[in-house]
Design a protein. Structure first.
Lengths: 260, 136
C-alpha cells in the first residue's frame, strides 16, 4: 500500500500546479494511495509510525531533503520501503539516489528499483544522511587505532548517504559526481577549509581530507567545552560522542542514474 | 567508500590526509593514500601511497607502491616501486623491487632494490636472530 506525505511548504499556492501534476501522474501509473499533509502540528515521525502499522507499506515523501531524512529514521529496521519525490532542484538526496524532479520521479517510484542502505548512529540517535560540526575544538579518534587532529580545518562532516561535498556550491566540481556508499560498512569523514576568496561570503568550503572509518569518537579538546553536532541538519547532540553505523537497514527506491 | 560514478571501489578508494590535518597512531588503509599533511606512528596500505610536497611522515611504511615528494623519517617497505621526486627528503631504509630517484632528492639510509629485495632483508634479519640465539 502506498502512503504519500506532503512536505509542509507544499501548502504554498505556488506549488499547486506541481502537486496537481504529481497526483495526475501517480494516478495514471496506478500507484496512488493515502495522502497526508505535514503541518506545524503534525510531525513526520508520528505520521510514519502510524503508516508502519500497515503491512508491506511504501511511504513516499513529496518535498525536501530534510523531511525525507526525518521520515527515514522511524523506518530503521522495518520492512517498509521509502520513496522520494523531490520538489527542490538543489536536493542532494535526489542527486545521490538518481531521482528526477517533481512528477518525473513518479516513474521511478513506479519502477520500484530498490536498494538497501544503512543508518548512522551517534550516542544512540540515528542519522540517515550526515552530521556536521566545527573542527577547531575537537579531537577525533578513529577505529580506536589512530587520532585525527584537525589543525587548519574549519568543518567536519561524517557521511552515511550524501554527496562528498559540504554544500551545493562546493569548490570541488568533481565531488558533485561522488557520493558516499551507504551499502558498505564505512562512514566517510570529510574535512573542509574555506576557499581563498577575498569576500567572505564567496568562500565556499573546500575539501581538505577524506577518511573512511567504522567508528569515530568525537571529543572536545578542552573537557569543559561541549561541541554541538548537527544530525541531518535538524537535530543536535553534544560531545563526547561516538559515531558508528547502526545495524538497522532501510529499503529505498532509487533511479537508474543513482550514485550509490 | 566512494559511489558508482566516482568509479572507485573499496579496494582503490582514496584516503586523503590534507594539509590541515595531523594523524597520530596506527593508520591502515586498503586503498590509495594521499598525504599532504602530517602522519606519526605507522602506515600500511595495500595500494599506493602518495606523499605530496609539504607532507611529512614520521612512521615505518608498508605499501604496494610509493611516490614520495615530501619528508619521510622511517623505513619504507614497498612491494613494487618507490619513486622519489626532486622535493623528497627520506631518512630511513628503503626496500622495494624498483627504485626511481629524481635529481635533487635527499636520501639517508640503506636501499635494498630488486626482485629478491624484500625476502633478502627478511633473511638477513633471521640470520642475525639466529646468531644472537647461538651467543645466548
Amino acid at each position: 500500500m502506498y502512503f504519500y506525505i506532503y512536505d509542509s511548504f507544499l501548502t504554498n499556492k505556488k506549488y499547486a500546479r506541481t502537486i496537481s501534476k504529481i497526483e495526475t501522474r501517480v494516478a495514471r501509473l496506478g500507484i496512488d494511495g493515502k495522502k497526508r499533509q505535514l503541518t506545524v502540528l503534525k510531525n513526520v515521525k508520528e505520521m510514519v509510525n502510524d503508516m508502519l502499522k500497515h503491512e508491506s507499506s511504501t511511504i513516499v515523501i513529496v518535498g525536501g531533503d530534510e523531511t525525507f531524512y526525518a521520515a527515514a529514521i522511524p523506518m530503521a529496521g522495518s520492512r517498509a520501503v521509502l520513496g522520494f519525490i523531490p520538489t527542490d532542484s538543489h536536493s542532494s538526496a535526489a542527486h545521490v539516489l538518481g531521482l528526477p524532479l517533481n512528477e518525473y520521479a513518479c516513474d521511478v517510484i513506479s519502477a520500484r528499483r530498490i536498494e538497501t542502505v544503512s543508518f548512522g548512529k551517534v550516542n544512540k540517535q540515528y542519522f540517515f544522511s550526515s552530521l556536521e560540526f566545527t573542527a577547531h575544538k575537537v579531537v577525533l579518534n578513529a577505529d580506536d587505532t589512530y587520532q585525527i587532529i584537525p589543525k587548519r580545518v574549519k568543518s567536519i562532516k561524517v557521511i552515511n548517504l550524501d554527496l562528498l561535498q559540504f554544500e551545493q556550491l562546493s569548490e570541488e566540481p568533481d565531488f558533485k559526481k561522488m557520493a558516499s556508499n551507504p551499502k558498505d560498512e564505512y562512514l566517510e569523514v570529510l574535512m573542509g577549509t574555506p576557499g581563498q576568496k577575498f569576500l567572505f561570503w564567496q568562500r565556499k568550503e573546500k575539501r581538505d581530507s577524506l577518511f573512511f572509518v567504522k567508528k569515530l569518537k568525537v571529543d572536545a579538546k578542552n573537557p569543559k567545552d561541549e561541541v554541538k553536532i548537527t544530525l541531518d541538519k535538524n537535530k543536535t547532540v553534544k560531545t563526547p560522542a561516538v559515531v558508528e553505523l547502526a545495524q538497522e537497514r532501510l529499503k529505498v527506491i532509487v533511479g537508474k542514474d543513482r550514485l550509490i | 567508500m566512494l559511489g558508482k560514478e566516482g568509479k572507485i571501489k573499496p579496494e582503490d578508494a582514496e584516503t586523503i590526509i590534507g594539509a590541515g590535518v595531523k594523524v597520530e597512531g596506527t593508520f591502515a588503509a586498503f586503498g590509495n593514500v594521499i598525504i599532504k599533511g602530517q602522519l606519526l606512528g605507522s602506515l600500511e596500505t595495500k595500494s599506493r601511497l602518495e606523499l605530496r610536497e609539504g607532507g611529512r611522515i614520521e612512521a615505518d611504511i608498508t605499501a604496494k607502491n610509493a611516490s614520495v615528494g615530501g619528508e619521510v623519517k622511517g623505513n619504507l617497505d614497498v612491494e613494487e616501486k618507490i619513486e622519489l621526486a626532486s622535493t623528497a627528503k627520506v631518512s630511513g631504509d628503503l626496500t622495494c623491487r624498483v627504485l626511481a630517484i629524481e635529481e635533487g632528492a635527499v636520501l639517508n639510509g640503506r636501499c635494498s632494490v630488486g626482485s629478491d629485495a624484500a625476502s633478502s632483508v627478511i633473511q638477513e634479519e633471521r640470520e642475525e636472530e639466529r646468531k644472537e640465539r647461538k651467543k645466548e
